[in-house]
Design a protein around this ligand. Structure first.
Ligand code: HEM
Ligand SMILES: Nc1ncnc2c1ncn2[C@@H]1O[C@H](COP(=O)(O)OP(=O)(O)OP(=O)(O)O)[C@@H](O)[C@H]1O
Ligand SMILES: [Mg+2]
Length: 397
């Protein structure tokens, strides 16, 4: 936005020399009420936590903004609504983007100030008050227009930066995946076959020993460890070579029920209650059922593992016009922001026996379905993983 736009706006609201003259005489009427107007501005702002939270600089910053606001009010009436005026108004928009103030507060705050100014003018008994107030309304419309426009300009610059950052993050992730994928595939391949051999050999020894032999429990433990390794290798392979999803008509509700039946028998989960809250009218979606199973399984396992020291898991499914949602909530130990920031990274784990692939596989699955996954948590209170899957896959994929 430039000064030409400002002139155009002035013509639009019919703001001219008469208005400038009318406003010039109003400052003496407003000055005695200046403190009240500024106080009211903060009183209203204080009732809105998201607005007042922009004052991260505490009392000092509030004092600075109070002063800026008084000056702003005063300069409404000093005339010369030209280039200098326009520049000073553009600066305000940019200052608010800098502090991250939501744009709609500009409009509401202007209304608060407008009410204060009109009230001050009426009380002061100025001659011809009505037409002067009309001039003020025009000026406030211009003020708002300029503030919001310049706000938007620098806001969109910031949004563009954010978007570029997101794309860069995605690229890094993709490169990371490609590198890890190759390594994982060859490693998994090298491990899988010997592992099958070891497992077969142990079975034979075990059968030869008989169930009551003192070493047979040791061998059972060895078998347990082997299946763990096998699961890790399978995970790796899934991660390294994620097969394209095979979309079929799938009822997420049915999938969740089936998985929960299996999981409740899982030794690591036993003792952790798992509730399922659902609607029985769940619509079918186009999805890869095997992948959805794996998604649910990984999320529920994470939730249950977080509850080992006490807690419970609730799985919820729901839907609306656009999407089917799955939420896995637990009242376990939770995770802090540092862990949350890394939880979706492949191989990131805080568990002694974790591979750290669970959530990154979940993310790949969700991406393949063009959905979204988020993790919210409060340390000591629990965690909620939410997956949204679109009800219709877009034609382009
Ligand atoms: C009509 C509405 C508003 C006007 C006219 C206004 C005016 C101003 C002005 C003149 C500045 C100084 C800009 C500069 O650095 O040059 C400023 C900064 C600021 N404003 Fe506003 N403001 C408005 C609404 C709000 C609201 C609703 C909030 C939040 C409750 C807010 C919070 C801030 C903050 C945090 C700063 C930065 C202060 C600093 O660090 O220097 N403003 N505003
Ligand atoms: N529900 C949860 N509660 C607390 N922490 C969680 C939860 N879900 C995930 N996390 C954290 O995120 C990390 C990564 O999870 P992810 O599922 O990717 O790997 P993992 O569970 O450690 O290992 P794997 O799933 O491969 O066995 C976990 O180690 C844990 O720190
Ligand atoms: Mg996991």
């Amino acid at each position: 936005m430039d000064i030409a736009n400002f002139e155009e706006m002035k013509r639009y609201v019919g703001f001219g020399a008469d208005d400038a003259r009318a406003l010039k005489g109003l400052l003496p009427a407003v000055t005695p009420r200046m403190d009240d107007i500024v106080d009211e501005f903060y009183k209203v702002a204080a009732r809105h936590p998201a607005a007042i939270a922009t004052f991260t600089g505490g009392a000092e910053q509030i004092a600075r903004q109070r002063e800026a606001l008084r000056k702003w009010v005063a300069t409404l009436f000093t005339g010369e609504y030209g280039a200098e005026y326009f520049d000073s108004r553009c600066r305000i928009g940019r200052a608010h983007v800098r502090v991250g103030l939501a744009q709609h507060y500009m409009i509401t705050a202007t209304e608060v100030i407008r009410a204060g100014l009109v009230d001050a003018i009426r009380r002061a008994d100025v001659p011809d008050a009505d037409s002067k107030i009309q001039s003020l309304h025009k000026l406030l419309a211009l003020e708002l227009g300029v503030m919001l426009e310049s706000y938007k300009a620098s806001y969109s610059k910031r949004v563009q930066e954010r978007e570029r950052e997101a794309v860069e993050r995605k690229l890094t992730r993709a490169e990371h995946l490609a590198g890890i994928g190759q390594l994982a595939a060859s490693l998994a391949h090298e491990i899988k076959n010997p592992l099958a051999g070891i497992s077969g050999a142990i079975q034979i020894i075990r059968e030869g020993l008989g169930a009551d032999h003192p070493h047979s429990s040791v061998l059972a433990e060895v078998m347990g460890q082997i299946s763990r390794l096998d699961a890790v290798v399978k995970d790796l392979l899934v991660y390294a070579r994620p097969s394209d999803p095979r979309f079929e008509s799938c009822n997420v509700d049915v999938t969740v029920r089936r998985i929960l039946t299996v999981l409740r028998e899982e030794p690591t989960v036993q003792g952790v209650p798992i509730d399922y809250v659902n609607t029985d009218t769940m619509p079918k979606i186009q999805a890869d059922e095997a992948k959805i199973e794996q998604l649910v399984m990984n999320l529920v396992l994470n939730a249950a593992q977080a509850c080992v020291g006490g807690g419970a898991v609730t799985v919820t499914t729901a839907f609306d016009d656009d999407k089917v949602s799955l939420a896995v909530r637990d009242s376990g130990h939770g995770l802090d922001d540092t862990i949350r920031a890394r939880a979706f990274e492949p191989f990131f784990t805080s568990k002694a026996k974790g591979t750290g692939l669970g959530l990154s596989i979940c993310q790949s699955i969700v991406e393949a379905h063009k959905g979204s996954i988020t993790l919210e948590s409060e340390v000591g209170r629990g965690t909620r993983a939410v997956v949204d899957l679109p009800r219709r896959q877009s034609a382009s994929s």
